[in-house]
Design a protein around this ligand. Structure first.
Ligand code: ADP
Length: 444
């Protein structure tokens, strides 16, 4: 069986296993346990200059090969072109996208440097699977160095219609580079149609035929167990008692402008103002750990949310009731799973999201006998897979308020029926199936 080489911006820490490992590590666990494998990418550390020789750590059949990034490369490639240009553009937010040629040059230079560092480590029959928007040109750089291995690419975030994407300077170059990959995976059929359209528009009709949707999933059974066991944890019990019988609405997102948090808070404020029956009867917990805090748009979003929290609690609170609880730090996964199980409503309203795993985790965490309601953005990649969710337009606070009212008032039979409708997709289209399906396509 040929070796699997996974190329990703961030390589998981070899010491992080099980519940702390990232989604990608979980998805590939099966594939990697059966064959020799290598993780290749950024170490997460910065240095004076980008390393040319990877540092290598081998544990049995698994090798980690990582490079430190130079500080200037970190600024141009990672903070700049990846996070401040591609991230907003691919999430349909052209107005937030900053473009600087020097950032793009840094992005290309890092992709080329990574390819130069990986090429001598490759064996002729390796399968090379590259991940996400940081590494569009990586496969083409490997080809320029003469590497003939089969190469796959998976884009974890959305791909917008060509009319929008083409506003990005260098859009054509990035699309042409994708033609180096033998399989090009995206999350949804919409993303696949958009990317095919873009490739055809720039004369890459043959590459367009290699595009297919592979929706990412979670390890639902593991998350269900985590949530069930969390019912005996002291932190879950303390939190549950603090609700004194009030219904819980939960939101769990990185603090990111794609997650629709201001509109969500506006929707909750509308609920409190328009649907008085919920006054004093509902608590909304939003967990939003700070992410990319060194990028300007994220700092201003944080201030905006701080204001919302003050305004909502200031206007609606009672001495013994705060309608909104807000935390900007990460919460351990077992705690999070327990909180999700307790919540009557999971509020997941990104303006755009490649998939959104929180939506699937919320479903997996529920008690089948008395499940909560998933209120989900129609613009999350998960939406077409989760027919039992209450779908909302995340840009419409009035619609969010109405959907919240409906979810909080929903009878148990309907909650059970909706949950049952989502169970198959969450359990069967899981993390491992995703890894297996993509690799099958790559090997075919
Ligand atoms: P994104 O990849 O854009 O952050 P996803 O919803 O696809 O969005 O994945 C987020 C992952 O991070 C989920 O597994 C979720 O449980 C986890 N996560 C999000 N917020 C927190 C938090 N506050 N504490 C711990 N884990 C979190």
């Amino acid at each position: 069986m040929s070796r699997l080489v996974i190329v990703a911006n961030r390589v998981p820490n070899p010491r992080e296993r099980g519940a702390t490992a990232g989604g990608l590590a979980v998805a590939l666990k099966d594939a990697m346990s059966r064959r020799e494998a290598m993780w290749f990418g950024w170490s997460g550390q910065t240095a004076e200059a980008t390393a040319t020789e990877p540092s290598i750590n081998t544990q049995g059949k698994l090798t980690y090969a990582t490079l430190d990034l130079g500080r200037e490369d970190y600024r141009r490639y990672y903070q700049g072109f990846a996070n401040a240009t591609l991230w907003p553009t691919l999430h349909y937010r052209l107005g937030l996208a900053l473009f600087q040629r020097a950032d793009y040059a840094g992005y290309r230079a890092v992709n080329a440097a990574f390819a130069t560092a990986l090429a001598p480590l490759l064996r002729p029959d390796d399968l090379v699977w590259t991940h996400d928007f940081h590494l569009f040109p990586f496969g083409a750089e490997l080809r320029r160095l003469g590497c003939r291995q089969r190469q796959g690419f998976f884009l974890h975030i959305p791909f917008p219609p060509f009319g929008l994407f083409s506003a990005l300077p260098k859009a054509e170059e990035l699309l042409a580079d994708l033609a180096a990959y033998d399989v090009i995976g995206v999350q949804t059929e919409d993303d696949a149609a958009n990317l095919r359209g873009a490739l055809v528009a720039v004369g890459q009709a043959e590459a367009a035929e290699r595009v297919a949707a592979f929706p990412v999933g979670i390890d639902a059974e593991a998350f269900r167990k985590l949530a069930e066991r969390a019912m005996d944890r002291a932190d879950t019990r303390r939190f549950s008692q603090s609700l004194v019988g009030r219904d819980l609405v939960i939101g769990v997102d990185r603090l990111d402008y794609t997650k629709g948090l201001p509109q969500r808070f506006a929707g909750y404020a509308q609920l409190l103002a328009r649907f008085k029956a919920h006054h004093g009867k509902v608590t909304y917990l939003q967990v939003a750990p700070v992410s990319r805090g060194d990028v300007a748009q994220y700092r201003s979003l944080r201030r905006e949310l701080d204001e919302w929290v003050g305004r909502i609690n200031g206007q609606h609170a009672e001495p013994d009731w705060a309608p909104l609880r807000y935390m900007t730090r990460a919460v351990p996964r077992p705690t999070l799973a327990g909180f999700m199980r307790i919540a009557r409503v999971g509020l997941v309203t990104p303006l755009r999201d490649g998939m959104n795993l929180v939506a699937k985790e919320y479903v997996a965490a529920q008690d089948p006998a008395d499940p909560g309601v998933l209120l989900l953005s129609r613009f999350a990649g998960a939406a077409p897979q989760l027919p039992g969710a209450v779908l909302v337009n995340p840009l419409d606070p009035d619609a969010i308020a109405e959907a919240l009212d409906a979810a909080l008032s929903m009878p148990k039979e309907e909650r059970v029926a909706r949950w049952e409708a989502m169970r198959p997709a969450v359990w069967e289209a899981g993390a491992r199936a995703w890894g297996r399906d993509f690799l099958a396509a790559l090997e075919a």
